[in-house]
Design a protein around this ligand. Sequence first.
Ligand SMILES: N[C@@H](CCC(=O)N[C@@H](CS)C(=O)NCC(=O)O)C(=O)O
Length: 210
Amino acid sequence: MLKLFYAPNACSLAPHIALNEAGADYEAVKVDTQGGEQRSAAYLAINPKARVPSLVTDRGILTEVPVLLGFIARSFPKAELAPTDSYDFFQMQSFNTYLASTIHITYAHIFRPERYADSDAAKADMRAKAPKSLRDQFQLVEDMLADGREWIHGGKYTVSDPYLYVFARWFDRDGVGGMKDLPRITAHRARMQTRPAVKKALEQEGLAPV
Ligand SMILES: N[C@@H](CCC(=O)N[C@@H](CS)C(=O)NCC(=O)O)C(=O)O
């Protein structure tokens, strides 16, 4: 059986939702990242990067959200969570990688500046600049939804949708600045919260809709 290591409201919420969408048989294991459990010997043996998510499969352990999302989509093809066409699949992965390597990292400049700098002044500088960068980065996503599409890649829901949802949930976190005037992403976020798989993951992680 698959085993997902997650922390509530973290990026691991995306594969958590995807597993529910897929109808997968899995166990969800909470990691207390606030308390530092990701740095415990037991967790480092699972993921030496000391991060969530990790997905234990019958062939080994996978890490990195875009990889988990691709794996879940390909492992449960009946759920149709990703395009079958190769080019379209990698367009989806291109979007997912943008979220991982750009948007997530800009958030980390606000929430985890100690990863990137030591001095208080440098950390304050990063925190001050990040909301504007993030707003510009989200504008590209907002523009993708400008043609009225329901889901990020068009009429069909994919694993990119729960991934975007995670980062749209963080709009109102301290230091982010609210990410105003992004009505299409905000409407996408509301649409996501009507899905049974999302409601179930929120309940499992003890989270409220936003
Ligand atoms: N590149 C990784 C990032 C994973 C990551 O940063 N996870 C955060 C939660 S969103 C975490 O584990 N934070 C704990 C820490 O920084 O100690 C991925 O996409 O999976």
